[in-house]
Every structure is written in structure tokens, then in C-alpha cells.
Design a protein around this ligand. Structure first.
Ligand SMILES: [Zn+2]
Length: 306
């Protein structure tokens, strides 16, 4: 099929060139190269770094229970889908499946892989360092797992610990009012957050073979509020206190159309983010200035707005 298309396209180019000999032939499009890091050859990787504007997306998932009806790798599978869709529209390199993250709160459930806290930071830092050693200057973290939220913000803050010649950006999507309203119309449940309506819908939209909708009601995803008496306090056991089944919401409300809308909305924002990161020169410039000053803080001049 592909070969036929190429042959036909070639014939059309020849025909139009013959018909309009004075016009310049269209510049041939650069050959397609994979977006998936692991599929690139080494020479293609060199091209990919240039074509991506030295950017790379790391979609971060986890291995944890997702109710009685979704796969352990739900977050990983979903955030890779969002990243691959965005990369197909705005070229960037997509890092291989990354399942090292914060998931201590699900250690009581089967299948959880919960690496140690220091290892999580070291592994991500060394991954970024290695990407930078290979020419990547802008690393985009796309988080698919709620348990990583604090870790990844801390990781971004910790990038100021020592001088680096690359920048880390965390995808931080926020929908506009129109998108929120469109999604709200499709949403059926009010309690959600883990393996509920949203995640089940997204998986139904792109990997329905991995969803066992008939099992979604086999466990309760209610918030049982076992720490309701605690005021103005955060404690690590909060999630287990509310969600002992590591399930929040009702996956049986999952719907393919809602999932399609969620995937489109999120990947659309990621496309915008990738474009803005490619254009961004300020972050690296400010990082450099910051590290210069941090090396000699007594010589730091007052900032004067020009
Ligand atoms: Zn999840």
C-alpha cells in the first residue's frame, strides 16, 4: 500500500514538473524518522535531536493496581498515548516506558513496584543527565500518575541545586472554560480520582482490549473518610485512609466518547506546550545567570527592571 502511494506521488511530481517546466520543484519533505527513542537508529538519533529542537518528552507512569478492571500500567499506557499523539503533531523524541515513581501508598496491593525514595530522584536525575550528554537541552516531563505530583515538582526545584546546561519542564495542563464545560457535559460521576470514570474512559478510547468493564463494580471506589476528624493536617496515610481499595470513583461509568475527548484535550495542550518549550530561550538564559550569581552571591547586583 505504501509503495503504491509513493509510486503515484512520484508520478504526479514528474507530471507536474513536466507541465510547468519553469516552476521550481517543491522542496522534498525530510524523511520520516520515529518519535520513539527506542526505535531510532544511532544516525537517526542525531537527526532527531536536531529536528526536535533538542527536546525530549519523558512520559512517567507507574505499576500499581487500577481498580479490579484496569491494567497495572494504566498511567504508563495512557501518558505514553498522550505524548505520542502530541509528538506526531509536533516532532519531539519520546523516551521509552518509564515506570519508576512514587507509589508507597499502594504497597498493600498486588503488583505494585515501589522503588525507594532516593532511588527515584537519582534515577530521574541520571536519566536527564544522560539525555543532556546526548545533546538534549530541554526535557519535558509528562506525568501520568497522581502519586508523582509532589515528587516531580520537587525534582524541578532540585534542578537549581547545581549548575546544569539543560532545563527540565513539567507539563502542567489547565483547560480553558470552554473545554471544561465540554468535558463536564460528558462526565457522569462526581467522585473520581483513581481507576474511576476518567481513567476507564481514556483506556476505552485507545486500548479497549485492556478494560474489563464488567469487573469495575467488583470493589468499592467510595471515599470512606477514615481521617475525617483530622483538621488542617496532611499525613502520608491520607490516601489509604480514604481509599483502602486503592480505587476512587466508579469505573463502570467509563465511556469511549468521554475518553476520546479527554485524550484530544490533553494532547492538544501538550502540542502547545512542546511548541512553547522549543521557542523558549529565557529559561536556559535565566538558569545560566542564576548559577553565575549563585557561585558568587556576595557580588550579586540588585535586579533593575529595564
Ligand atoms: Zn492512574
Amino acid at each position: 500500500m505504501k509503495k503504491t502511494c509513493f509510486a503515484l506521488a512520484g508520478a504526479l511530481v514528474l507530471f507536474s514538473a513536466a507541465a510547468r517546466p519553469t516552476q521550481q520543484a517543491a522542496k522534498p519533505a525530510a524523511p520520516a524518522i520515529p518519535v520513539r527513542y527506542e526505535e531510532l537508529t544511532a544516525p537517526e538519533f542525531v537527526q532527531a535531536v536536531a529536528r526536535s529542537g533538542a527536546t525530549c518528552v519523558i512520559p512517567l507512569g507507574i505499576l500499581e493496581k487500577h481498580g479490579p478492571h484496569l491494567p497495572l500500567g494504566t498511567d504508563l499506557i495512557d501518558c505514553r498515548e498522550v505524548s505520542l499523539r502530541a509528538a506526531a503533531e509536533e516532532y519531539t523524541i519520546v523516551f521509552p516506558p518509564y515506570f519508576v515513581g512514587q507509589i508507597f501508598e499502594a504497597k498493600h496491593q498486588p503488583g505494585t513496584i515501589a522503588y525507594g525514595s532516593r532511588m527515584l530522584l537519582d534515577f530521574l536525575q541520571q536519566t536527564c543527565d544522560e539525555l543532556a550528554r546526548n545533546g538534549i537541552r530541554k526535557i519535558i516531563l509528562v506525568n501520568g500518575h497522581g502519586g508523582n505530583d509532589s515528587l516531580l515538582r520537587y525534582f524541578c526545584q532540585s534542578q537549581l541545586e547545581t549548575r546544569r546546561d539543560y532545563a527540565v519542564y513539567l507539563f502542567d495542563p489547565a483547560y480553558d472554560a470552554a473545554t471544561e464545560a465540554r468535558l463536564a457535559k460528558l462526565r457522569k460521576t462526581t467522585l473520581d480520582g483513581h481507576a474511576g470514570e476518567e481513567e476507564t474512559s481514556v483506556m476505552l478510547a485507545h486500548h479497549p482490549d485492556l478494560v474489563h468493564l464488567d469487573r469495575a463494580g467488583a470493589e468499592s471506589g467510595e471515599d470512606v473518610k477514615r481521617l475525617a476528624g483530622l483538621k488542617y493536617a496532611y499525613t502520608g496515610i491520607w490516601w489509604y485512609a480514604g481509599q483502602p481499595n486503592h480505587y476512587r470513583g466508579d469505573g463502570s461509568a467509563g465511556d469511549k466518547e468521554f475518553g476520546k475527548a479527554l485524550l484530544e484535550a490533553e494532547s492538544g495542550l501538550l502540542v502547545e506546550m512542546i511548541r512553547s518549550v522549543k521557542k523558549d530561550t529565557v529559561t536556559l538564559e535565566l538558569q545560566k545567570r542564576f548559577f553565575d550569581d549563585a557561585a558568587k552571591p556576595l557580588e550579586t547586583k540588585p535586579f533593575i527592571k529595564k
